[in-house]
Design a protein around this ligand. Structure first.
Ligand code: SAH
Length: 398
């Protein structure tokens, strides 16, 4: 059943603060607010007005530096709000050819990129994993499920709500991850560009699989044939499988997590390859690379976000630099490095500069062959460039 969306109060902006909202910027900071009207509680819907009482839109209220996350810029949302938003997101993916006969896992909602700040939804072959990053999305979770049902009908097998680690601190209490629809059970088989993967959203990292690297994995195939490939920070072996399918001579996969390595082994076997010959190591990447001089032609570096906040940025940059120096030092002449950063606070330019200084330190001749980003089912609102979080470079090391 579709529920009416109830506006619990109003936010009136200071003079001049309406312009960024008129340009569809998704956030209202506390400093932009002149007055709040009504008894506002975290997660409620509010109507947003200019200082002259002009209607600007509506969004989720949450006390803090970002006080309102804008969800609508045209009128008060009606009861089919979630259905329509999800429909629009599906249209965008369709235009990018996602899903397809060979790919049945994709990101359906990418927060600000889909006009729904605070919400992530990944769909794994009929099962939606919903992740709320704001109290408003948490409160609206059953309406979101209703919107999913309206769009997918009988093709929606289950909805797993996984927000234990993403909700603000106090809202995590008295709540655990759960199925809001159906019961599925993990691991679950998906296809990505014809490759098979087991996904475990209950125990796995994030929503279970890193869908943002889909196109970059495909690009790795073109560099892997006949090569010795090292996939570091491999998680469930995404890049490893593509390199194997492209007939790499061998692929070694490294991750600090035993669970991740066990999934990688399963995924290697699932795609018809040998997980002994293509060894997987549950080890720290920095330790692993120490004594691997001249062993690999292709190295993938896809670490977790070294910095989640601005104040950790300096340390993060040092981490990226050290990692890349090590890889640049050990790779064979004529080798290829796929290097990534998914830290939002390290932007494209800073990442590029970090790689330049790593190259200087490693003392090798290096050329940039590709500049990479996230797959198109992780769209970036042009008015919210911070949404472009994944940066990658493909380097040729002479
Ligand atoms: N490339 C992966 C995603 C990487 S996520 C994919 O395509 O699916 C980052 C991974 O790095 C996680 O699995 C985490 O367990 C691992 N990790 C974090 N720190 C590590 C370290 N110091 N050494 C090895 N692995 C590490």
């Amino acid at each position: 059943m579709l529920n009416l969306i109830y506006m619990q109060g109003k936010i009136i902006l200071k003079k001049g603060k309406e312009y960024s909202i008129e340009r569809f910027h998704p956030w209202i900071f506390s400093g932009a607010i002149q007055e709040t009207v009504g008894d506002l509680t975290d997660g409620c819907w509010v109507e947003v007005l200019s200082h002259r009482n002009k209607h600007l839109g509506a969004g989720h209220y949450q006390k803090g530096s970002i006080t309102v996350r804008m969800l609508s810029f045209d009128g008060i949302p009606s009861s089919d709000f979630w259905t329509k938003k999800i429909h629009r997101a599906l249209q965008l993916r369709k235009s990018a050819g996602i899903p397809s006969d060979s790919t049945n896992a994709f990101r359906l909602i990418h927060g600000e990129g889909d006009g729904l700040p605070g919400l992530i939804i990944d769909v794994y072959n009929g099962i939606a994993v919903v992740q709320a990053h704001s109290v408003g999305m948490h409160i609206d979770r059953n309406n979101i499920v209703e919107g999913l049902k309206q769009n997918f009908q009988e093709n929606l097998k289950a909805v797993y709500y996984k927000s234990q680690t993403t909700l603000p601190g106090k809202d995590r209490e008295n709540f655990s991850d759960e199925y809001l629809l159906g019961m599925s059970g993990v691991p679950h088989l998906i296809h990505e560009n014809g490759n098979r993967f087991l996904v475990d959203w209950e125990e796995g990292q994030k929503t279970g699989f890193f869908l943002d690297q889909r196109d970059n994995r495909k690009l790795l195939s073109t560099y892997s044939t006949g090569k010795r490939v090292l996939n570091t920070f491999c998680y469930s072996g995404g890049f490893s499988i593509y390199a194997l399918v492209a007939q790499a001579e061998l692929v070694h996969s490294v991750d600090a997590s035993e669970k991740a390595i066990s999934l990688t082994r399963k995924n290697i076997e699932l795609n018809g390859f040998n997980a002994v010959a293509n060894a997987c190591f549950a080890e720290d990447v920095f330790d692993f690379m120490k004594d691997k001089q001249n062993m690999y032609d292709v190295i993938v570096l896809d670490p977790p976000a070294f910095a989640k906040h601005r104040d950790a940025r300096h340390q993060a940059v040092k981490g990226y630099q050290r990692l890349n120096v090590e890889a640049m030092k050990i790779i064979r002449a004529g080798g290829i490095i796929f290097t990534f950063s998914c830290s939002q606070v390290v932007d494209k330019k800073l990442f590029y500069d970090t790689i330049v200084s790593a190259a200087i330190q490693a003392g090798r001749q290096i050329k940039v062959l590709h500049q990479l980003s996230q797959a198109p089912d992780h769209p970036v609102s042009i008015f919210h460039p911070e949404g472009e979080y994944l940066k990658g470079l493909v380097l040729y090391v002479e």
